[in-house]
Design a protein around this ligand. Structure first.
Ligand code: UN1
Length: 497
C-alpha cells in the first residue's frame, strides 16, 4: 500500500502544519502535522478533565465494552496500522504487526479487568464495624510515549485507564505523530459504535519537549505515565513531584544475558540475535550486554558472528529483512560515538558502520555491532539506543550477576542455563535486580500479561498486566459503623458528652 492509501484508510490527510514527519526508511517527508500551542494544550486537558467527570460514572464493565470495540477496530486494521508503524518508526513489518498485536492483547486483558477491579474487605478492630477498600477512577491520565513503540505503549496505558474510568491525554513522540493520529481515528470509530462516549475522552497533543513539560506540570493530570530516555524522566519527574502528582516512569534499560556452561547455545544465539538486533536495537528491552562463561565463549562468539553476518539489513517493508534503519542520523552519530569510545577503552569491535548509504543517502542503516570488552567501562553502562552488543566473559556466576547488576538501569535480564540451581539463583533475592528476569528467553519481547517496568534509573514504574491497573486508580479506605456506639480505634477513651 502506498502511504497516501494508508493515510486514507485512517482518514488522515497530513499535509498542513509546521511539523514535518519523515520516514526513517529513506528520510523523506511523508507528511506535515499541526502542533499544539500552549493554549491549545490547556484546552485539551480541560476537555479531558470534563470527559473524566462523566466517564467515571459509567459502570466499569460498560467501560470495558468501549475497549472491546476498540480492540475490534485494531483487529480489523491490524495490517494497515502495522504498515504505518513500519513507515513511521522503521521497524520491520513483522514487528510492526507484533506491536499492533500487543495493543489487541492489552485490550482483551482490560476488558476482562473491567469486571475485576477488586478491593479488599478488611477486619475492623471495632465491634459493629466493617472496613473496605474501594478503587475509584483517578482522573485524566497524561501519557508521554517514545518513537520506538509508537502505539503499543499508549495502548498499555490507555486500555487500562479507560476501564479504570479515566480519560487520556497522549503526547506521542514528535517523530511518530501519524501512527498516533491513526490510532485516534480507530478509537473514534469504536466510540461512535459505543455511542455516548464523552467528547474528549481520548486526546492527542502534538508537540515536543515544551508540550511534554506543560502536561507534566498540569495538576488536572494526577498521573503522568512517561516512556523514554532517563534524561526525559529526569526532566519530567520533578515537575510531576512538585505538584505531588504520580508518575509512572519507563526509562532506559541496559539489559543483559548470562550464558552459562550448560546453556543450549543454539537457542541462546537465536535469542541474542532477536533481542540485540531486533528493532535495530531500539527497544528499551534490547539486549545490550552479554556475559558468557569462559568455557563456552569460543563456541558461542563465532556462532553469533556467523549469525550476524547472515542478517539482512534493509528496507523494513521487504520480506526477509530483519534490521531496518535507525530512527534518524542523530541516532547513527550516537552509535558511532559509542563505538569510538569502545575502541578507546580497548574493546574489539566487529560490525558497526553505515550501510546502504548510496541507496538511502538520508537514512541511517547500520550494521549491528559486537563489541568484545575486557571490562565493563562507562560506555557499557550507558544506554546507546542502537544495535551494539557488549560481550564480556565470566568464571563464577556470582561475578556475572554482580556485573549484570552493576549498571544504573534495571529493566530486563536473563540467563541461559539448564542448571536449575543457577536458574533459581538468578531469580532469587540476590540474583538479578531488574524488573524483568527470564530463564532461557531473551530480555525483550515481554508478554502484556505481566507487569512491565524496571528498577533504578529505569524509573520504577509498572504498566500493562498483573495489578498495574492500580496505578490508574485512587484507593479509598472506608470504615462503616453499623452499631449504636462510637468505639474509637486504638481503644482511646474520649468522652466529651
Ligand atoms: C519499549 O521498548 O519501550 O518487551 C517497550 C518488549 C516489548 C515492549 C518494549 N513488549 O520488548
Amino acid at each position: 500500500m502506498t502511504h497516501t492509501a494508508l493515510f486514507r484508510h485512517f482518514g488522515l490527510n497530513p499535509t498542513q502544519g509546521s511539523m514535518s514527519v519523515r520516514t526513517p526508511i529513506d528520510g523523506s517527508q511523508i507528511g506535515r502535522v499541526v502542533s499544539d500551542d500552549a493554549p491549545g494544550i490547556e484546552a485539551k486537558i480541560a476537555r479531558a478533565h470534563q470527559a473524566f467527570l462523566q466517564w467515571r460514572e459509567v459502570p466499569a464493565p460498560r467501560r470495558g465494552e468501549l475497549v472491546r470495540l476498540f480492540g475490534e477496530e485494531l483487529r480489523a486494521s491490524k495490517a494497515e496500522l502495522g504498515q504505518l508503524v513500519t513507515l513511521e518508526a522503521g521497524k520491520i513489518l513483522q514487528e510492526g504487526l507484533g506491536e499492533v498485536q500487543e495493543m489487541i492483547d492489552i485490550c482483551d486483558f482490560a476488558v476482562g479487568l473491567s469486571r475485576q477491579l477488586y478491593g479488599l474487605t478488611i477486619a475492623s478492630e471495632r465491634p459493629g464495624h466493617r472496613m473496605m477498600e474501594t478503587w475509584h477512577p483517578l482522573g485524566a491520565i497524561g501519557c508521554i510515549t517514545a518513537f520506538n513503540f509508537p502505539v503499543a505503549v499508549w495502548a498499555w496505558n490507555a486500555a487500562l485507564a479507560f476501564v479504570c474510568g479515566n480519560s487520556v491525554v497522549w503526547k506521542p513522540s514528535e517523530k511518530t505523530p501519524l501512527t498516533a493520529l491513526a490510532v485516534q481515528a480507530l478509537f473514534a470509530r469504536a466510540a461512535a459504535k459505543f455511542g455516548g462516549v464523552p467528547e474528549g475522552l481520548s486526546q492527542i497533543v502534538i508537540g515536543g519537549r515544551e508540550a511534554g513539560e506543560q502536561i507534566a506540570r498540569d495538576p488536572r493530570l494526577p498521573l503522568i505515565s512517561a516512556t523514554g530516555s532517563t534524561a526525559m524522566g529526569r526532566a519530567v519527574a520533578p515537575l510531576v513531584a512538585q505538584r505531588f502528582g504520580r508518575s509512572l516512569l519507563e526509562l532506559g534499560g541496559n539489559n543483559a544475558m548470562i550464558v552459562a556452561p550448560s546453556a543450549d547455545l543454539a537457542l541462546a544465539v537465536r535469542a541474542i540475535v532477536f533481542s540485540a538486533v531486533g528493532t535495530a536495537g531500539q527497544r528499551c528491552t534490547s539486549l545490550r550486554r552479554l556475559f558468557v562463561h569462559e568455557s563456552v565463549r569460543d563456541r558461542l562468539i563465532p556462532a553469533l558472528q556467523g549469525a550476524y553476518a547472515r542478517i539482512r539489513i534493509g528496507n523494513p517493508q521487504e520480506d526477509g529483512v530483519l534490521v531496518g534503519p535507525l530512527i534518524d542520523m542523530a541516532s547513527f552519530s550516537r552509535m558511532e560515538q559509542a563505538l569510538q569510545q569502545v575502541r578507546a577503552d580497548g574493546g574489539a569491535v566487529s560490525g558497526g558502520g553505515r550501510v546502504l548509504a548510496n541507496l538511502y543517502p538520508n537514512a541511517a542503516y547500520v550494521r549491528p555491532a559486537i563489541a568484545e570488552m575486557t571490562q565493563q567501562t562507562a560506555i557499557v553502562k550507558t544506554e546507546t539506543f542502537a544495535p551494539i552488543l557488549y560481550v564480556m566473559t565470566y568464571e563464577a556466576l556470582d561475578d556475572a550477576i554482580a556485573l549484570q547488576n552493576d549498571v544504573p538501569q534495571g529493566l530486563s535480564s536473563c540467563i541461559f542455563t539448564r542448571d536449575m540451581q543457577e536458574a533459581e539463583r538468578f531469580l532469587s533475592v540476590s540474583g538479578s535486580d531488574c524488573g524483568i528476569a527470564n530463564v532461557n528467553i531473551g530480555p525483550s519481547g515481554a508478554e502484556i500479561g505481566g507487569a512491565f517496568g524496571g528498577e533504578k534509573e529505569t524509573g520504577g514504574g509498572r504498566e500493562s498486566g498483573s495489578d498495574s491497573w492500580r496505578a490508574y486508580m485512587r484507593r479509598q479506605t472506608a470504615t462503616l459503623n453499623y452499631s449504636n456506639a462510637l468505639p474509637l480505634a486504638q481503644g482511646i477513651v474520649f468522652d466529651a458528652v
